[in-house]
Design a protein around this ligand. Structure first.
Ligand code: XMP
Length: 524
């Protein structure tokens, strides 16, 4: 296994991710673990991460001496390169200017780490790599025994190696995707240089996670708020695998779920997994509290607060629960400031169950905290959840509540649910010939929005005066920015025809052609 020592970089988790992609097991630990810890961990290789501070002088973080005594390959990345340099007798100096972003690095001296790894075909760029740099200082003198491995015009020592000791260091970040050959480089390090087998898979992750959950929880009980979303579903399946009936899932139906969603969640968890699931139908209570409220932020706050109340009431009925499980995944940790600086202004107050652990006096169990979304999905499939469920588009906590503009009424929710289901069905059934994928797979999020305005139509011989539905489909990689999807006209035509014919009460369908920014993905 590989040990990653974290010096506080925002992208340390990406190193772990690349190592996992090379099918090698790894763990991240803080840079100041003890020498004893390192000896008992017995790593086959050690990676020293970058750091959030741009300059070397900002802090005095060092790798424990045991790193250098372990006799295993060490890779220093960015700050990791600085600390390797200084600890082994070289020199780091403040640079005149920061280098940030894209750079082309030239490889030197045929090192095992970079040999044969390159980005360009042309002779004049032979041996060059497209990389991503972010640093203020630079190495000005390599430690004894090191040779130059890579350089750029502004950073003459951008990589160095002591091949006898199998120590390597790079100034750039191989873990980010902007460094095109980054995954090849990390793979080379852990597989070829360190000799790790490459036999680790999601299946082994399950075994390790199960063991860890059992150890953490012991014979105490756990509750988990099931939302039907991917993250809480995968967390539930994993924890259920570990502790069976010591887990109770609470599924709160706020009346703003998608068509048949409640049934689907119950079939899956109670029916197929035989998990303990409490299904709370709180729709009347939620819709009651929302009567007469049309301000989007107020609606969100009410739904959030009500959710906490219902969940809390259920939790109190379980006398032995000591743990609250959540499907927090790594990007949530970053976004909520777990590793990052303060969040920007609130555009929309997102609803989650934060705050619950304190009021309930429960300990937090978050088994997905280190995984990225696609890894969570792979884990879900490995746990036996249906791919349909695991690859669903994200659905916001407040549900249809933010997709019914203005005041929420049950009738509106019923109309919207049916229109939305037709849209999703058509997206799933329409295959793009170029890619062979369905339009559901080709979009990141797609849904219908209910507009509480009436327009005139004609149906058969009669005049209609009914509501409008807007369709929204976007493509995005991070949901921070998004493009509206260029869906085929034929698909839009079929969808609108079906909605107007099948959903009495809706006589007009529009397609939203706004990108984010300036529009957001949801309408409220
Ligand atoms: P916006 O509308 O801000 O949405 O562009 C970005 C992504 O976040 C989802 N979203 C939410 N998810 N609770 C959630 O769990 C919320 O309150 C919430 N509001 C928006 C939205 O569906 C999109 O994927």
């Amino acid at each position: 296994k590989v040990l990653i020592l974290d010096f506080g970089s925002q992208v340390t988790q990406l190193i772990a991710r690349r190592v996992r992609e090379a099918a090698v097991y790894c763990e991240i630990h803080p840079n100041d673990v003890s020498d004893d810890f390192i000896r008992s961990f017995a790593p086959k290789a050690i990676i020293l991460s970058g750091s959030h501070a741009s300059t070397y002088e900002d802090h005095e973080l060092r790798a424990p001496q045991a790193v250098w005594d372990a006799g295993v390959p060490v890779l220093g990345i960015c700050y990791g390169m600085f600390t390797m340099t200084v600890q082994l007798g070289g020199q780091v100096e403040a640079a005149d200017h920061r280098e940030f972003g894209y750079a082309e690095v030239r490889a030197h001296g045929h090192t095992k780490l970079l040999e044969g790894i390159q980005d360009f075909e042309t002779p004049e760029k032979h041996g060059m790599l497209k990389v991503w740099m972010s640093h203020g200082d630079k190495v000005t003198a390599m430690p004894p025994g090191f040779k130059l491995m890579a350089s750029t015009p502004s950073c003459p020592i951008a990589g160095m190696a002591n091949e006898e000791k199998r120590y390597y260091a790079v100034q750039f970040h191989p873990e980010v995707t902007h460094t095109v050959q980054g995954d090849a480089l990390l793979r080379r390090f852990v597989r070829d240089i360190a000799g790790c087998q490459g036999d680790w898979q999601m299946g082994s992750y399950i075994d390790e996670a199960v063991a860890k959950i059992r150890e953490q929880v012991g014979d105490e009980e756990v509750i988990l708020g099931l939302s039907g979303g991917v993250d809480s579903s995968v967390a539930a399946a994993l924890i259920h695998r570990a502790i069976g009936d010591q887990l109770t899932c609470v599924f709160v139906d706020h009346g703003l779920l998608r068509l048949n969603e409640g049934q689907m969640v119950m079939d899956m968890f109670a029916g197929r997994l035989h998990a303990k699931v409490v299904h709370v139908d709180a729709s009347a209570q939620f819709l009651g509290k929302l009567t007469g409220v049309s301000d989007p932020e107020k609606k969100r706050k009410i739904i959030g607060a009500e959710f906490v109340e219902v969940f809390q009431a259920e939790a109190k009925k379980l006398t032995n629960a000591k743990w609250l499980a959540q499907g927090t995944i790594y990007p949530d940790v970053v976004e909520s400031g777990g590793t990052k600086t303060k969040k920007a202004i609130t555009i929309k107050s997102h609803h989650n169950v934060g705050g619950l652990p304190e009021t309930l006096g429960l300990k937090l169990l978050e088994p997905l905290r280190e995984l990225f979304k696609d890894e969570v999905r792979a884990l879900g499939v490995a746990l036996g959840l249906p791919a349909d469920m695991v690859y669903r588009h994200p659905f916001p906590g407040p549900g249809l509540g933010v997709r019914i503009l203005g005041e929420i009424k049950k009738d509106y929710a019923d109309l919207l649910r049916r229109a939305d289901a037709i849209f999703i069905e058509e997206l799933r059934n329409t295959i793009d010939p170029a890619s062979g994928k369905s339009w559901y797979a080709l979009t990141s999020q797609a849904f219908a929005v209910f507009l509480p305005v009436k327009s005139v139509g004609v149906m058969g011989d009669g005049r209609t005066y009914d509501y409008v539905v807007a369709l929204r489909a976007v493509q995005t990689s991070d949901f921070m920015t998004a493009d509206w999807a260029e869906l085929p006209y034929a698909l839009l035509k079929r969808t609108s025809g079906r909605i107007i014919n099948e959903v009495r009460g809706i006589n007009r369908v529009t397609y939203d052609v706004s990108s984010k920014p300036p529009a957001t993905i949801e309408w409220e």
